[in-house]
Design a protein around this ligand. Structure first.
Ligand code: UD1
Ligand code: CA
Length: 457
């Protein structure tokens, strides 16, 4: 029988130590809100019902997570973790197994979630614990003489002896919905913080004859919470290192995995090399034998095989054909499609430009709303004047055309195949195929002309 799972994600806390107007759980990790990472992990279980408990910044959190197919409940006053879970109770299904996660513990993995759920039975509840060298601040796990978990004691309620315990409560907990619903009302707030502690469930479960099955996460980062931006930066690096390792193990070399940032999905073939400080955003697909120089920013793009992207190149929502060479300092804006063996050199900006195989735009140009055939040569300083202040117009350049340096192509304009534009021209008319177009003032030399001299005072 498939398990019915209800996942409660606590996200009501203020996150005072973030020193931010943005609710804590919306702070990004690898480009996505922390809460989105937790939701993605929960979604590894198809059909799990997600109930998110919001509080501080509730409207903002709900808006940001509106398309995640979650149920939102508000906890208007933060009276403790058990009180927060209580808010979700009306949405629980009686036959469900309930898992409790945290919006500010973003790196929980699907594997651990699966282990937690399989630990639950009619007589057991699952608790995620870990041994820490420095257990300061966490609830400590109390075990009996047989080594069985009996209860959790919070840092602020613990005796000096209990504070020496290094096994801590991560907060992640799994149990039957019926048990949760019957035990929650038994929790009171008579403790050092005057809060309703969810951790009191453990002693209640024992009192009802249940045993506690402890599960360990695969790494400490998986259960680390974020209270401030320093902790967030540590988790960011831990996550980026995991992604870097996955990429390297699949056949891409990184000059330095600690200077690699992937904010989205990056798929790559083999024998690629990525130099330091490159940032990949959204869905990026890279072929094989690709070399990417230092400081490149590539988002939502497809890069073919054998492409060379030299340093400081920016590529956005574009596709790059096999064996193209880009940069250094190229800016490829959305809608650019570069053919095979194309070259786009330094200080070239393209936008909505379809460039045929073997064409070159080597230096200092703006090519926007343009279609270039094959083997076109665009000289330095060429500008497509695509905008008349109101509308955008298109430039068409046929196969094998040559655009002389410093030409301005006033769109709409068409240059036929093998057409030739004299350097420094301002084109306002089409050039037929195999034709030279020049539009510049004729040169005039003035003989005997005298240079100006300095005025006497
Ligand atoms: C809690 C656990 C502690 C554990 C630690 C792990 C309790 C009583 N203690 O302590 O054993 O070692 O987490 O990090 O559960 N929250 C709400 N509403 C509330 C209170 C909290 O949504 O009324 C949310 C917070 O936003 C946060 C999470 O629950 O995401 C944990 O709350 P926090 O107050 O940080 O608990 P800790 O004291 O860290
Ligand atoms: Ca905490």
């Amino acid at each position: 029988m498939p398990m019915i799972t209800d996942i409660i994600i606590l996200a009501a806390g203020k996150g005072t130590r973030m020193q931010s107007a943005l609710p804590k759980v919306l702070h990004p990790l690898a480009g996505q809100p922390m809460l989105a990472h937790v939701i993605a992990a929960a979604d590894s279980l198809t059909n799990a019902k997600k109930i998110i408990v919001t509080g501080h910044g509730a409207a903002q959190v709900e808006e940001a997570m509106a398309n995640t197919n979650s149920t939102f409940v508000q906890q208007t006053e933060q009276l403790g973790t058990a009180h927060a879970v209580q808010m979700a109770v009306p949405h629980l299904r009686e036959e469900a197994t309930v898992l409790i996660l945290y919006g500010d513990v973003p790196l929980i993995t699907p594997a651990t979630i699966a282990k937690m759920l399989s630990a639950v039975s009619d007589s057991t509840i699952g608790l995620l614990t870990i041994d820490l060298d420095d257990p300061m601040g966490y609830g400590r796990i109390l075990r009996n003489s047989q080594g069985k978990i009996e209860s959790i004691i919070e840092q602020k309620d613990a005796s000096p002896e209990q504070l020496k315990i290094t096994e801590i409560n991560t907060g992640v907990l799994a149990l039957g919905a019926r048990e949760l619903m019957s035990w929650l009302p038994l929790i009171n707030n008579s403790n050092a913080q005057g809060e309703y502690y969810l951790t009191d469930l453990i002693a209640l479960a024992r009192a009802h004859g249940y045993s506690i099955s402890s599960i360990n996460p695969s790494s400490a980062a998986e259960v680390e919470g974020v209270n401030n931006r320093v902790q967030l930066s540590h988790l960011e690096r831990a996550y980026q290192l995991q992604q870097a390792n996955t990429l390297m193990l699949s056949g891409t070399s990184l000059a330095d995995p600690s200077r690699f940032d992937q904010r989205g999905n990056l798929s790559a073939g083999t024998d690629n090399f990525i130099d330091v400080n490159c940032v990949f955003e959204g869905d990026v697909k890279i072929g094989s034998n690709v070399r990417i120089g230092p400081n490149c920013h590539i988002s939502h793009s497809i890069i073919g095989d054998g492409v060379e992207i030299k340093s400081n190149t920016v590529i956005e929502s574009s596709s790059i054909g096999n064996h193209a060479v880009l940069g250094p300092f190229a800016r490829i804006r959305p809608g650019t499609q570069l053919g095979q063996n194309t070259k786009v050199g330094n200080f070239v900006e393209t936008k909505k430009a379809v460039v045929g195989d073997g064409s070159k735009i080597n230096h200092l140009s703006y090519i926007g709303d343009a279609e270039l055939g094959e083997k076109v040569n665009v000289g330095a300083g060429t500008i497509t004047c695509n905008y008349d202040g109101v509308n955008k117009h298109k430039t068409n350049i046929g196969d094998g055309a040559f655009i002389g340096s410093n030409s301005t192509l006033v769109a709409p304009v068409t240059i036929g195949a093998q057409g030739f534009v004299g350097a420094g021209s301002t084109l306002t008319q089409n050039i037929p195929a195999h034709t030279l177009g020049v539009s510049r003032a004729k040169q005039r030399n003035i003989e005997g002309w005298k240079r100006p001299t300095k005025k006497e005072k």
